[in-house]
Write a protein that binds this ligand. Structure first.
Ligand code: ADP
Length: 608
């Protein structure tokens, strides 16, 4: 929230408006008032002097008329008159009397008696004498502190004939200083009024601004997501109504917000609990939303994905532009199996408004790694089976053809040919049987038929069987404890496993080779190992030998009658028992196939 300066506030402006209004009003009133007052006071001042002058005028006229030519007597009389007059008029500066020719007959100024008898040079006097009208004027007395002096000259007339004039100068400054002090009182009054108005204005405007400030705070709180506050309603004026509607607005916003929040939460939990990955982009193809399954599938964190182009997040930036993705009708398959062992399929849909404006793209990602793997396995399996069957069938076909072409009559060859076809048939039967076994285990239809078996006896018994059939050149060596090991297994199936491993060891053992049998018992499982001294299995194929139809040396294995399914079946059986099977090999030392079977120890006396 940015800090508002006081002089930008409404309160300040309101107070300013009050003050300016008062100032303007006072100015107008003041100017008018002072002007009028000044005029009035001037008039009063002049009137009172003029009034007193009428008496002077009369007296002087009498003197002039009485004394006629006796100028010395007249001068004395006039001086007395003037001095007497001046004594009664405090603002008077000087009063002079001139005769009709402009000669000064007397002055009230005792220090300036020298001018008596001289001719007056004042223009006002000349004009009054010649025109016979009285004139007055205010001028600044530069010799006396620029004080204003009012000068008036009025003619003395006898039967319409001008016989002289009275020149009078009075200090009018007192009038102005009176006006000044009134103006001062006025200014002080204005200032006091403004001060009071400012204080009142601040207080009064607060009643307007306080609710507004409240609402402002509330709006800020709302912006921060706090809807619990309420604006106080101070009155039922416009602001009060505004506050009320603000409060109801707050409620609405809160409800709307709660609803959106609820929707958002629903959406986000749907997005995060769904197994499919979802990515949403904006109009330009930048990621704005990615859910956690998508993060996992694409191995990105949403912090890094957000804002990145979709093509880059999907890792297809080299093949496609964002526009290509928008036009795509088919799901996009991203095969990363070469690098990261997974395949993703993305269904893309463009979010468009009715106007055709594109808002963005939603990509839904499916992890189709498993499906793809299953598909691939199925394809491989069909081709493997066809291949496995075709070989014996072709060979049988050619032998049978040879026989029907006449070889059947040949006593030497015919039995041999028949034997071959028989072998091939047997192999096919074996293959089909193995396939059936596997398919039963795959479908989970073949349940384990478990029973308690003493594994030491069981193991020894199987080895005994092989010992009778084995070539003399191969030696058997057993590392099997005497103590019985009781374990719950499906006897037939485990026997098949052992049959297969031991016959492989037999097949791949060189002359003079030794096959060793181990049985180790730990707390919760037994481990069986069968080692031969044959040619071994290349390191990279150690896992693959348990895959269906995998053979290290295809030709040789087939020659030996193998189907390539034996170890695959063994793995299914052992894993169904909860055990593990694996092969270890060393070029020189041969192959060791090991598997474990879990067991739970039974109380000994049950078996005694
Ligand atoms: P097959 O019927 O061909 O023996 P298996 O599934 O039993 O099929 O074995 C798969 C492949 O594993 C064999 O073709 C062979 O290449 C290899 N293999 C199995 N056991 C041994 C062993 N003891 N020594 C060397 N290679 C073996």
């Amino acid at each position: 929230m940015h800090k508002m300066k006081f002089f930008q506030s409404v309160q300040f402006r309101l107070v300013m408006i009050y003050l300016l209004l008062i100032l303007v009003a006072m100015q107008v009133i003041g100017a008018y008032f002072v002007r009028e007052l000044e005029g009035q006071l001037e008039k009063n001042f002049q009137d009172s002097i003029k009034n007193s002058m009428t008496l002077l005028d009369y007296n002087v006229r009498e003197e002039i008329l009485k004394n006629g030519d006796n100028s010395a007597q007249m001068q004395t009389d006039i001086r007395e008159l003037l001095v007497d007059y001046a004594r009664n008029n405090s603002s008077l500066l000087e009063v002079r009397i001139v005769d009709e020719r402009g000669k000064i007959l007397g002055t009230s100024n005792m220090d300036n008696q020298g001018v008596v008898g001289q001719k007056s040079t004042t223009p006002l006097v000349k004009r009054a004498l010649s025109l016979g009208t009285s004139e007055d004027k205010i001028y600044m007395d530069e010799s006396n502190d620029n004080k204003r002096v009012w000068v008036t000259v009025s003619p003395i007339k006898n039967k319409n004939k001008v016989i002289g004039a009275i020149y009078l100068a009075a200090s009018i400054e007192s009038v102005y200083s009176q006006v000044d002090s009134i103006t001062n009182i006025f200014i002080t009054g204005t200032l006091i009024a403004m001060g009071i108005t400012a204080i009142l204005g601040i207080l009064l405007s607060r009643t307007i601004t306080k609710p507004i400030i409240d609402m402002k705070r509330q709006a800020y709180a709302m912006a921060r997501g706090n809807y619990t506050r309420k604006v106080k309603v101070y009155g039922l004026d416009e602001i009060g109504e505004l506050a009320q509607s603000f409060n109801s607005l707050t409620k609405r916003v809160q409800e709307a917000q709660a609803m959106t929040e609820g929707e958002r939460r629903k959406l986000s939990s749907v997005l995060s609990y769904m197994t499919d990955g979802v990515i949403a982009t904006d109009r330009r193809g930048k990621v704005i939303l990615i859910n956690s399954p998508a993060e996992k599938m694409l191995r990105v964190a949403h912090e890094t994905a957000n804002g990145k182009p979709l093509t880059e997040v999907l890792g297809v930036q080299d093949e496609y532009e964002f526009e290509d993705l928008m036009d795509m009708t088919e799901p996009l398959t991203m095969d990363r199996s070469t690098v990261e062992r997974y395949v993703l399929r993305a269904n893309l849909s463009v979010i468009q408004r009715e106007t055709g404006f594109v808002n963005g793209v939603i990509a839904v990602l499916h992890d189709i790694t498993d499906q793809e793997k299953v598909d691939q396995e199925r394809r491989d399996f069909v081709s493997n089976v066809s291949h496995e069957l075709r070989t014996p069938l072709t060979s049988m076909h050619s032998y049978l053809e040879a026989l029907s072409d006449g070889a059947w009559e040949d006593k030497e060859i015919a039995p041999h040919f028949l034997e071959v076809t028989q072998n091939e048939t047997e192999r096919m039967i074996r293959l089909v049987n193995d396939l059936l076994k596997l398919s039963r285990m795959d479908g989970g239809r073949e349940h384990l038929d478990k029973s308690f078996v003493n594994f030491t006896d069981f193991f020894n018994h199987i080895i005994d069987r092989f010992e009778m059939m084995k070539k003399d050149s191969i030696k058997f060596k057993r590392y099997i404890p005497r103590t019985p090991v009781i374990i719950e297994i499906d006897e037939d199936k485990v026997m098949q496993v052992l049959d297969n491993i031991i016959s492989n060891a037999n097949k791949y053992s060189p002359d003079g080779g030794q096959i060793s049998f181990f049985l180790k018992k730990t707390a919760d499982q037994i481990e069986i190992s069968i080692s031969d001294e044959g040619l071994g299995i290349p390191e990279e194929d150690l896992d693959k030998v348990f895959d269906r139809f995998f053979r290290v040396d295809k030709a040789r294995s087939r020659e030996m009658g193998g189907t390539g399914l034996g170890l695959a079946i063994a793995r299914e059986v052992i894993e169904a028992h909860g055990g593990r099977i694996w092969a270890e090999s060393n070029k020189r030392k041969g192959t060791t196939v090991k598997f474990t079977l879990p067991y739970s120890d039974l109380p000994e006396d049950d078996w005694e």
